[in-house]
Design a protein. Sequence first.
Length: 174
Amino acid sequence: MTEVCSRAWNEEQDRGRTLAAATASLTARWPDYAGEIAAFYDRFQEMIPGAIAESRQVFDHFKDRGLPVYGLTNFSRETFAATRARFDVLRRFDAVLVSGEEGLIKPDPAIFRRAAARFDLHPPATLFIDDSARNIAAARALGFQTHHFAGGPALIADLRGRGLMAFDCKRIGK
């Protein structure tokens, strides 16, 4: 995974390269791993086990109050479509900007600017939540409020501290 199906290789699909082109280029370079390379995207959905309960609770909390919730994701256009079909929460965002459709990936400041323009966001009044420190740093440099996601309980505690949530975080699901 570190040398063949590397993070850098996968990020190119997040930037817009097709899965077929990515698989073909890597198979030509590493023919002895053709089966494993093909399995990376053939079995991609197995790497996404499910939603994080507290994150879903936060999402539902904001949606139930009529607040807009937008997505900004590094994802291949092809893998995002399949993932969105599996998880209803991904269909409930007000809008999602998918890197593979835009030709830009986080932490490039251009993708944050594009999201802000497309969704009519004012960065100082927008909370950006992400699990990547480099994405958080990029968003913060552009004036967004940020939360570096390390788990549901910490997110809920941060949102409570900001005055954005006031309910029992142990009540998972609705």
